[in-house]
Design a protein around this ligand. Structure first.
Ligand SMILES: C[S@@+](CC[C@H](N)C(=O)[O-])C[C@H]1O[C@@H](n2cnc3c(N)ncnc32)[C@H](O)[C@@H]1O
Length: 245
C-alpha cells in the first residue's frame, strides 16, 4: 500500500497550515459508525484524496493517504477502549502509526492522562490536529520514525492496523515486544492482516467492524484486539527513555 517512502526527499515539504487545508478540503467530518462518540475528518473515496496529496506534494507517487480513513484495526481498539476504559485510565498513551489519530482520541475519551500520536506521514500530523480539535482533546505528535529508537516510556502503546505490509510489520512487532518487556501494556488491533505475527498475542476482544470497499474487499470485517506479551528473555536492564515530541 506504500508506493514510495514518506521520507522521499524528492517531495516538496508543505507547511503545516497547507497540510491542514488539504486534509480539511478533501475530507468530511463525520461520526464513526462503530464508535459514534468519535468524529473524524474522513474521505469518502480514496482516489481523489490520493491524487490531491500527490499533486500538493509534487510527487508522482505517494503513500496511500492512510490518515483519511479509519482502519478496521484502529476502530477495534477504539471500541475496546470504550468498553474497557480501565485499560488506559490516568495513563500515558502512545498511539503508534496513528494515521487519523483515532486510537489516541479513543484513549483520551476513555480517561487517559495524555496521548501522543506517532506517524511518519507528515499529512497525519495535520489530520491528528484537526481530529483532536473536533473531539475536544489534545494530542501530541511525533513525526520521526520511533522504530529506529528504543521504545519510549509510555504506560500503554496502541498499534491499530500495523500488519498490512511485511517490511513494516517486521519492524513494528519486535519493537512492540521490546516495549512490552520495558513494562508497557501493548494493545494491537488487527482485521486478519497477512503479516500479523502468530506468537506473543493474546486475544482480548473480537468485533464486526464496518469499513468501506475503498479499502477492503468487504464492508464488514472481523477485527480483533490483542495484548502483546514479552517473552521473559526480551527484557533489558534500565528503563525506557522519555519521549520528546
Ligand atoms: C493502516 S494505517 C493505520 C492508522 C490508524 N492506526 C488506524 O487504525 O486507523 C497505518 C499507519 O502506519 C503509518 N506508518 C507507516 N510506517 C510507520 C512508521 N515507521 N512509524 C509510524 N507510523 C508508520 C502510516 O503512515 C499509516 O498512517
Amino acid at each position: 500500500m506504500t508506493r514510495r517512502s514518506a521520507a522521499d526527499p524528492a517531495r516538496r515539504p508543505l507547511p503545516l497550515s497547507r497540510r491542514r487545508a488539504l486534509v480539511a478540503r478533501h475530507t468530511r467530518l463525520q461520526p464513526l459508525r462503530d464508535v459514534p462518540t468519535v468524529r473524524l475528518h474522513l474521505a469518502d473515496e480514496l482516489d481523489p484524496v490520493w491524487r490531491a496529496t500527490a499533486e500538493a506534494l509534487g510527487a508522482a507517487e505517494v503513500p496511500i493517504p492512510f490518515w483519511a480513513f479509519a482502519w478496521a484495526g484502529g476502530i477495534a481498539i477504539a471500541r475496546y477502549l470504550g468498553e474497557h476504559p480501565e485499560e488506559v485510565a490516568d495513563s500515558s498513551v502512545l498511539d503508534l502509526a496513528t494515521g487519523s489519530g483515532l486510537c489516541a482520541i479513543a484513549a483520551l475519551r476513555a480517561g487517559a492522562a495524555s496521548a501522543i500520536g506517532a506517524d511518519v506521514d507528515p499529512l497525519a500530523e495535520a489530520a491528528v490536529g484537526l481530529n483532536a480539535r473536533a473531539n475536544g482533546v489534545r494530542i501530541g505528535f511525533v513525526g520521526r520514525d520511533l522504530l529506529d529508537e528504543e521504545p519510549p516510556a509510555a504506560d500503554v502503546i496502541l498499534a491499530g492496523d500495523t500488519a498490512y505490509e511485511g517490511p513494516f510489520a517486521e519492524r513494528v512487532f519486535p519493537w512492540l515486544v521490546q516495549a512490552a518487556a520495558h513494562g508497557a501494556r501493548v494493545l494491537v488491533g488487527d482485521p486478519g492482516r497477512r503479516y500479523l505475527p502468530a506468537s506473543n498475542l493474546t486475544e482480548l476482544a473480537s468485533y464486526e467492524i464496518h469499513t468501506t470497499t475503498q479499502l477492503e474487499d468487504r464492508v464488514i470485517v472481523t477485527a480483533r484486539v490483542f495484548t502483546l506479551r514479552a517473552p521473559t528473555s526480551a527484557g533489558r536492564p534500565g528503563g525506557p527513555p522519555g519521549l520528546r515530541p
